[in-house]
Design a protein around this ligand. Structure first.
Ligand code: NAP
Length: 282
């Protein structure tokens, strides 16, 4: 039976460490602050923003929310981002996705000052990650790497397979694994004979958003299986992309859903805000 990687516990530990760092920063006169922009009222986004606000509160990070209407124009959104870019008291700017279709999310992400880009979506941060320079890294992939580190899972020289190539999860995670000297294969919706590839993975990451996609016959014995997926099954229950019950019997380590990668994402966001605040010291 696999060891369960407890993301909830690890996230709690990280939040506690961050609280101490925030206290130290405050003693130096710096109060880390995150600003979140939400355009329109997407129900799921409201829950995500609430969770981020709660985490900030717990750690002592100031939080400012900008809830702007659905019909906001491009100029208004970019104007607000520019205002937040200029504000010295704000260290992190996060634009909650999705945003209404008439707005271009890429253009909006690109207009956030990369030094305040705590989501790690700005092309400068993405580029820095690609060339192995210090940068803000997308929170979910950063959280996965933190989990591997916490459980002393050696990445170097290992065969890693990532299913999913999105800009927020699959690609940055593949890059992080590569930077950590894994041999990385990325699978996507056009990949053929996917099970043959996944069966070679020492570290298998599922980040595609399809419930129970990864079944036991796709997993090598003693593989480390990381489930990034968040899906609702027919009964409305949260499930990942991995058939946990059966894969657990084969894997050496596995992340559950919920309580795995999910809580790590918010913890890594908090870490990025603290980092952005610290960066202002120099
Ligand atoms: P996304 O943007 O929809 O990307 C999904 C990726 O999976 C795409 O690259 C797609 O390939 C690939 N894919 C889809 N169907 C596939 C199939 N049958 N076989 C192989 N690859 C397939 O999703 P995302 O934003 O990366 O999120 C992925 C999952 O992670 C979702 O369940 C999401 O809710 C979850 N998530 C969790 C967290 C967290 O904090 N735990 C954070 C972010 C996302 P193509 O590129 O060819 O279309």
């Amino acid at each position: 039976m696999a060891t369960i990687i407890n993301g909830k516990e690890l996230a709690k530990k990280i939040r506690l460490e961050l609280k101490n760092e925030v206290d130290e920063l405050k003693a130096k006169g710096i109060e880390p602050k995150l600003s979140v922009i939400m355009v329109g009222n997407d129900k799921a986004s409201e829950v995500y923003v609430r969770n981020k606000s709660k985490a900030c509160n717990e750690i002592g990070i100031a939080f400012e929310e900008f809830l702007i209407p659905e019909e906001t124009t491009k100029e208004e959104l970019l104007g607000l981002i520019e205002k937040l870019n200029q504000r010295k008291d704000i260290h992190g700017i996060l634009l909650q996705s999705p945003i209404p279709k008439h707005l271009d999310i890429r253009e909006a992400f690109n207009s956030i000052d990369y030094r305040k880009d705590v989501d790690g979506f700005h092309p400068i941060n993405v580029g820095k990650l690609a060339i192995g320079e210090e940068s803000f890294v997308s929170c979910t992939p950063a959280g996965v790497m933190e989990m591997l580190k916490e459980y002393d899972i050696d990445v170097q020289g290992k065969r890693a397979v990532v299913i999913g190539r999105s800009n927020i999860v699959g690609k940055p995670l593949s890059q992080l694994l590569l930077n950590a000297n894994a041999t990385v294969t990325i699978c996507h919706s056009k990949t053929q004979n996917i099970a043959e590839i996944t069966k070679e993975a020492d570290i298998l990451v599922a980040a595609l958003g399809k419930p129970k996609f990864v079944t036991a016959n796709m997993v090598k014995k003693a593989a480390v299986v990381i489930d990034v997926g968040i899906n609702r099954n027919d009964e409305g229950k949260l499930v990942g992309d991995v058939d946990f019950e059966n894969v657990e019997k084969i894997a050496s380590y596995i992340t559950p859903v919920p309580g795995g990668v999910g809580p790590m994402t918010v913890a890594m966001l908090m870490k990025n805000v603290v980092k952005a605040a610290k960066n202002t010291i120099n």
